[in-house]
Design a protein around this ligand. Structure first.
Ligand code: 13P
Length: 285
């Protein structure tokens, strides 16, 4: 089960203005109470057999020890979920899946349902990764249906969004990101919004070694949080964890995590190596 995102103090929000509130607190006081527990999730994509998965995760568990102030999640391929679950039992590391279908069951060859994921002890599931949007033509409607199904369970969705290189070069980020949010999240209630994890993964940064600079990433994370603020009740947007993904490594994670609105990472390549993944977790703790 997902822990309360506000349980651990991670970073304080910089208030844009100060003034007394109804409760007599200053906005500064309120802002200082806002904290979001960091999340570091490893998306293993289509890598690792069961034996390889167990070896990696055994090492991860040993390296991260008892870190409590970061939600640590590994997302192996479906075929290794059971093998990884065996190793994770009793550890602080949680299990996630990379995809799920939007129906409870049925004639959907090759698909997997939410109850099947729960059966393996999954707590998280990635929805709408750009590789699924691109290679498997996942539409915004499908992503919305998947989110709706996931919200009917206790699974925590990690919704991926991000602009293409073409959109970035055409200076269309400010339009593409809100429109992806609008299409995926427009029907969300406040409790659903506060539960979701959003991963900002610029497509041009995925697997390319070309990481977004901390400033550039922060700008988009701020844009995402502003959109959430405009579409939810007061305070809800401040609870949402927004992860950065795209060529995250132990070398660049430290600077990225210092940004106000970066609450952790969705790591691809570097999560396949236990040492690299654990270093990213440690930098986020
Ligand atoms: P890389 O970290 O390999 O760039 O992948 C990012 C990603 O797609 C995580 O979901």
């Amino acid at each position: 089960m997902e822990q309360n995102p506000n349980e651990e103090s991670q970073k304080e929000q910089n208030p844009t203005e100060q003034g007394p509130t109804e409760q007599g607190q200053t906005q500064q006081d309120q802002a200082e109470q806002i904290s979001r527990k960091h999340v570091v999730a490893g998306n293993w994509k289509m890598f690792k057999t069961r034996d390889e998965a167990q070896a990696t995760v055994r090492e991860v568990v040993g390296l991260v020890g008892n870190i409590q102030n970061v939600d640590i999640v590994v997302c192996p391929p479906f075929t290794a979920l059971g093998a990884v679950e065996e190793i994770l039992t009793g550890s602080v590391v949680q299990l996630g899946a990379q995809n799920v279908h939007w129906q409870d069951e049925g004639a959907f060859t090759g698909e997997v349902s939410v109850s099947m994921l729960a059966d393996y002890g999954c707590s998280h599931v990635i929805i709408g990764h750009s590789e699924r949007r691109h290679y498997f033509q996942e539409s915004d409607e499908v992503i919305q249906d998947k989110l709706e199904k996931v919200f009917s369970t206790e699974l925590v969705p990690i919704l991926c969004i991000g602009e293409s290189l073409e959109a970035r070069e055409a200076d269309r980020v400010q339009e593409v990101i809100p429109s992806q949010l609008e299409r995926a999240l427009r029907e969300l209630t406040d409790p659903q919004t506060s539960r979701i994890i959003i991963a900002y993964e610029p497509v041009w940064a995925i697997g390319t070694g070309r990481t977004a600079t901390p400033e550039l990433a922060e700008k988009v994370h701020f844009l995402i949080r502003s959109w959430l603020s405009d579409h939810s009740s007061v305070g809800v947007a401040d609870q949402v964890r927004i992860l950065y993904g795209g060529s995250v490594t132990p070398e660049n994670a430290g600077q990225l995590i210092e940004q106000e609105n970066i609450d952790g990472f969705l790591v691809g390549g570097a999560s396949l190596d236990a040492q690299s993944f654990a270093k990213i977790v440690q930098q986020s703790a």
